[in-house]
Design a protein around this ligand. Sequence first.
Ligand SMILES: [Mg+2]
Length: 225
Amino acid sequence: MRSPKNSKGIFITGSDTEIGKTFVACAIVRSLVEASIQVGVYKPVASGLSDLESSDAHQLWIAAGKPGESLARVCPQSFTQPLAPMIAAESENKIIDKQKIISGYDYWRECSEFVVVEGAGGLLSPIAHRLSNADLAAQLELPIVVVVPNRLGCVNQAMLVLEVARARKLPVVAIVLNQTQNHTADLSVQTNFELLRATMNESDFSAIAVHCFAYRQQSLRLFDE
Ligand SMILES: [Mg+2]
């Protein structure tokens, strides 16, 4: 994708949970802000948090320069238990409001040039009954960015997600190979990028970009603004 202006946003997903989606999302947001793009940030649902201040939503909001009217707009539905969102909601005798997920996105769509949405869990993780992250990305008509941890086994993880995206006709902007640890004995970290690139090229995914993301890298430019 040459310019973020070609799209109204991106949906950040991952091959797993706890693999640095928020870190990568914040880095992308910072580079868009640096390019003078008015960025909205949205985390439709979150679980496993006691307060919004220490949340993914808060990090995204700070990276974007605190846009919109409040932090609550970034994540309208959050739950305390570290469980899948719908189960965490049930544990509080609540249900995930699907309409609120969409109206929460519409808010950012209306007041931003570009919206960065961070999903919950991986691409096929359920957000609500009959609503996976893949379903939501399709509903919002957003192309996906897939975060994959740079470790042994990541080529398989990346290819599984790409095959699912293809089967569901979800456009993929990029794979981001995220180095999740500063020091690691995992030798594959040095060769995963080349192996993934070659494997994708052999599987008709050659048009999809792969970015190597260093440990705690602060910005990531996905587009030629
Ligand atoms: Mg996150």
